[in-house]
Structure formats: structure tokens, C-alpha cells
Design a protein around this ligand. Structure first.
Ligand code: ATP
Ligand code: MG
Length: 294
């Protein structure tokens, strides 16, 4: 029996990665595709932050959906700043950010979806993954020697990436069926802009702390990373868990495009504040009378 597809995410953005496997990194924009001034972008971001704050309140009150936002990018693409910009204004109680770095020994003792599964958002909440289980088909694919730490008893090098991508698709379809709205952002910074950002981390003393030798070493594997991204995005961009390839060379533009996508997807959900039942309403009258009699 074939099952119905999971509920679709309605996202209004020109940067949605097509669902038919035709996405090409080479053709994807890294810079703005619409001319907007810095001032206009700032105003638009403020407007979107207000909208997001209102949407988050009704998400929380309605308490049926959860929202998972996944952020992946090459170093210095601006993940942290984007998460900060997009979420500022949202009630911190309704939103949680998790950063996934190199796995711990406890993480490595489990299947690769375990550590992120523990951090999935509850109903009514927004959960942000700054890096995610996608690292397992990105950094690990670029460095297959990392698989050694995972002590997999079955490790078929011809199929492991397809198997992992299959697991991810199934995992996300399962989450979507159970009420999690999933949006995944690849912040697409160009090779040249990454270099400029690394150089400014070296040149400007107040940015020195951000500089990491490892980041420049990873940059040497750029073509392999791009291949891994292209493969992963094509294999896992689906109507119920779309990827968006957001141009990342201009930070204000990138932040607005991310916020617009999130707002449009949340607006499409059928959410409302819970209504008071007649029985509860009659209790209200009773309580009012009790308070008035004090
Ligand atoms: P920032 O540099 O802004 O603090 P970051 O996300 O780059 O943020 P780092 O500590 O610099 O954090 O890097 C984390 C590293 O952990 C990345 O190189 C990432 O590829 C790696 N990593 C994440 N998940 C895995 C994984 N499952 N297996 C191996 N490496 C991983
Ligand atoms: Mg880093």
C-alpha cells in the first residue's frame, strides 16, 4: 500500500531547491538577485522580526506544530549572525538553538541521528540546529576517515552515503507527519567571499578571536564540499522538508531572505489561539463573581 506524502511546507521563496534533483551549486546565486539598499533591508528585517514574534506566539498557544530550522554552511558564511538576527524579538522561552560540533564519545556510541533527535523542538516551539545530522553526509563524506571513530559493524563504502541520505529522508518525513515543520537553509557563500572574510579575521584585531586554522585547512577541500552539498540537497529537498540555497555574500540580504522564508512558511500553517469552551466560559463568570466579592 502506498502511503500519502507527508504534509507540504508552503514556502514563498525563489531560493527553494527543486525537488527533482536538478539543483546545481555552480548555478546557484551567492549574491543578491534583487537590488535592495541597506536601509530598505534593515527596515524589512525589522518588519519580519515583528511578524515572526507574533507567529511564534500563536505557534506556542496553538501547541500542535513544532518548527525545525536547520542551518548548514561553509565556515564564515554567517550562520551565527543569521540565527541571531532572525530570532531577535522572538520570546526566548519559545525558541532553542543547538549547535552541533564534533561528536562526543557518547554521541559516537549511537546511530548518527541520536544526538540531534534528543534536541528536536517540542510542540509549540521553534528549534534551531546550527549544523545538524547533515554533517554526516558533508564533513564526514569529505573526510571518510572519520567513519573509523563511529565503529560501524556494517560499513559498505559503495552505499553508505545513499543509505544515510535515505535515513535522513525517512527521518524528516516521519517528523513532518508528526507535526514538525522543517525548513533547511544552506547559506551559500562564495569561495572568494570566504577568503575575504578569513583575511579580515586576520587583519582586524577585534575579529582575531574568530580565526581558526582548521577553517583555512577545510577550505582546501572546497570542491569536495560543494559536491557533497549538491548531492545532499538534491537527495533531501522534498516538499515536506525543503532546502533553501540562500545567497550569503551579502549578510543583510541573506538575513532578510531567511526571515521571509520562515515567515511565509509559518503563515501558511492553520494556527489559532485556543478558544474557551462554554463550560470554561461559565467558570469564568463564577471566578469573576468570586473576585468581585473580595
Ligand atoms: P563557529 O566557528 O562559528 O563557532 P562552527 O559551527 O564552525 O561555529 P566549530 O567548533 O568551529 O563550530 O566547528 C565545528 C566542527 O565540527 C565543524 O568543522 C564541523 O564540520 C564539525 N562537525 C560537526 N558535526 C560533525 C560530525 N558529525 N562529524 C564530524 N565532524 C563534525
Ligand atoms: Mg568554525
Amino acid at each position: 500500500m502506498s502511503l500519502p506524502e507527508p504534509p507540504v511546507v508552503h514556502v514563498n521563496s525563489p531560493y527553494v531547491v527543486p525537488f527533482d534533483g536538478s539543483f546545481s551549486v555552480e548555478d546557484a546565486a551567492t549574491g543578491p538577485t534583487a537590488p535592495l539598499s541597506k536601509k530598505e533591508l534593515k527596515k524589512e528585517l525589522c518588519r519580519l522580526q515583528d511578524q515572526l514574534s507574533d507567529l511564534q506566539r500563536v505557534l506556542y498557544a496553538h501547541d500542535h506544530h513544532s518548527v525545525l530550522l536547520v542551518f548548514q554552511a561553509m565556515d564564515a558564511a554567517g550562520k551565527d549572525g543569521t540565527v541571531r538576527a532572525v530570532m531577535s524579538g522572538v520570546n526566548p522561552a519559545g525558541c532553542q538553538v543547538h549547535s552541533f560540533k564534533k561528536p562526543s564519545s557518547e554521541d559516537l556510541d549511537h546511530d548518527f541521528l541520536w544526538r540531534t533527535a534528543k534536541r528536536l523542538p517540542e510542540r509549540g516551539r521553534i528549534g534551531i540546529f546550527n549544523r545538524s545530522y547533515y554533517e554526516e553526509v558533508l564533513v564526514v563524506r569529505v573526510h571518510p576517515e572519520y567513519l573509523g571513530y563511529q565503529r560501524l559493524p556494517y560499513n559498505d563504502p559503495d552505499h553508505i552515503w545513499e543509505e544515510r541520505l535515505h535515513s535522513i529522508r525517512e527521518h524528516e518525513a516521519h517528523l513532518a507527519r508528526n507535526g514538525t515543520l522543517i525548513l533547511k537553509f544552506w547559506l551559500n557563500v562564495s569561495h572568494a567571499e570566504q577568503k575575504a572574510r578569513f583575511l579580515s579575521r586576520l587583519d582586524e584585531p577585534e575579529k582575531n578571536w574568530k580565526f581558526a586554522v582548521g577553517d583555512v585547512q577545510e577550505r582546501q577541500h572546497w570542491p569536495k564540499y560543494m559536491q557533497a552539498y549538491e548531492h545532499a540537497l538534491n537527495a533531501t529537498s522534498r516538499p515536506w522538508a525543503p532546502w533553501l540555497a540562500i545567497p550569503a555574500d551579502n549578510k543583510p540580504y541573506m538575513r532578510v531572505k531567511v526571515a521571509q522564508a520562515i515567515v511565509s512558511a509559518l503563515e501558511s500553517l492553520d494556527m489559532h489561539y485556543p478558544e474557551v469552551s462554554p463550560a470554561e466560559a461559565s467558570r469564568f463568570a463564577e471566578m469573576r463573581a468570586l473576585l468581585d466579592s473580595e
